[in-house]
Ligand binder design. Structure first.
Ligand code: NDP
Length: 298
């Protein structure tokens, strides 16, 4: 391997360090930032993610609530939970863990969340503000990627970025953020997806290649321009009888081979995933600060 590792841990640590005095200042004003996570069903990966988010809150001494509901929960019941969290003064951030059972419309649930408490940054109100470059609660994974690029001194201005994947939670927002007239930003961005022709040649254009696909190891060394920076968002479980759990986690990038041609690369695990949680904490603190400033006398 010749590439430098872009690890999430030191960046997340720096973010926690920056958050601590902000949390103290809020507590001095009687506000403990609070996050509520709603988990519907018993998807094992979702349970793991929600557990990590709860531990992150404990670490920063934030208030957290996990609301666990069976997969049979109706959409109306879930909407009622969201409405009551909207009104709950102890809660500044609400997240409803996806995927939701098929009978529940995810968009209806997202729309029900008060945009001021939308710490996932998925509500169209926040998505719109992000798109026009105004301050908003930014989606955590794309925001975490920006922080990684900044921390590891990856210049984005004028560079070619290729994002593989066009989901509303990763692909589209990271593309929108990197194209902004800001730093990081000012990049020339291409979004590729399952209908793109000649994916390999599109990817080889990239100075910065971001993979957010959900297909284990699909980005091979041949798809990467020598010296490119590679950000792997993918989290995929693959069977591995050699380990006790019977599976291991890999990204969308063939790390062993791509790390020989790229200049910098994120590992999986230990790269982007760590940042997603750090940015969730940051959004929860920001949402609480917003409440605080709204209460400030004119
Ligand atoms: P989605 O399934 O919503 O989107 C996947 C995207 O990849 C789609 O746009 C799809 O194209 C595209 N795609 C699928 N197959 C191909 C292919 N063969 N060639 C090119 N493009 C393809 O996934 P998410 O964006 O939600 O997540 C992507 C990955 O990132 C997953 O592994 C997920 O677990 C992980 N993830 C990690 C996070 C973290 O914190 N590290 C946070 C969120 C997600 P089309 O639109 O045409 O179907």
């Amino acid at each position: 391997m010749s590439a430098e590792l872009i690890e999430g841990k030191p960046v997340a640590k720096a973010i926690r360090k920056e958050l601590k005095p902000r949390i103290t200042a809020l507590k001095e004003r009687g506000i403990t930032p609070g996050l509520a996570a709603v988990l519907v069903g018993d998807d094992p990966a979702s349970t793991t993610y929600v557990g990590s988010k709860e531990r992150a809150c404990e670490r920063l001494k934030l208030y957290s609530e996990i609301i666990t509901k069976p997969a049979s929960t109706t959409e109306e019941e879930l909407l009622e939970i969201v409405r009551s969290l909207n009104k709950n003064d102890k809660i500044h951030g609400i997240l409803v863990q996806s995927p939701l059972p098929d009978h529940i419309n995810e968009l209806s649930v997202t729309l029900a969340i008060d945009p001021a408490k939308d710490v996932d940054g998925f509500h169209p109100h926040n998505v719109g503000l992000m798109l026009i470059g105004e301050q908003s609660l930014l989606p955590c994974t794309p925001h975490g990627i920006l922080k990684l690029l900044e921390f590891y001194n990856v210049e984005t201005s004028g560079r070619e970025v290729v994002v593989v994947g066009r989901s509303n939670i990763v692909g589209k927002p990271i593309a929108a953020l990197l194209v902004q007239k800001s730093s990081p930003g000012n990049a020339t961005v291409t979004i590729a997806h399952s209908r793109s022709n000649n994916l390999e040649s599109i990817c080889r254009r990239a100075d910065i290649l971001i993979a957010a696909v959900g297909r284990p190891l699909m980005i091979t060394a041949e798809m990467v321009k020598p010296g490119a920076v590679v950000i792997d968002v993918g989290i995929n479980r693959i069977d591995d009888p050699r380990v006790e759990k019977g599976y291991r986690i890999v990204g969308d990038v063939d790390f062993d081979n791509v790390s020989k041609v790229s200049s910098k690369i994120t590992p999986v695990p230990g790269g982007v995933g760590v940042m997603t949680i750090a940015m969730l904490m940051q959004n929860t603190v920001l949402a609480a600060e917003q409440v605080c400033s709204d209460k400030r006398p004119e």
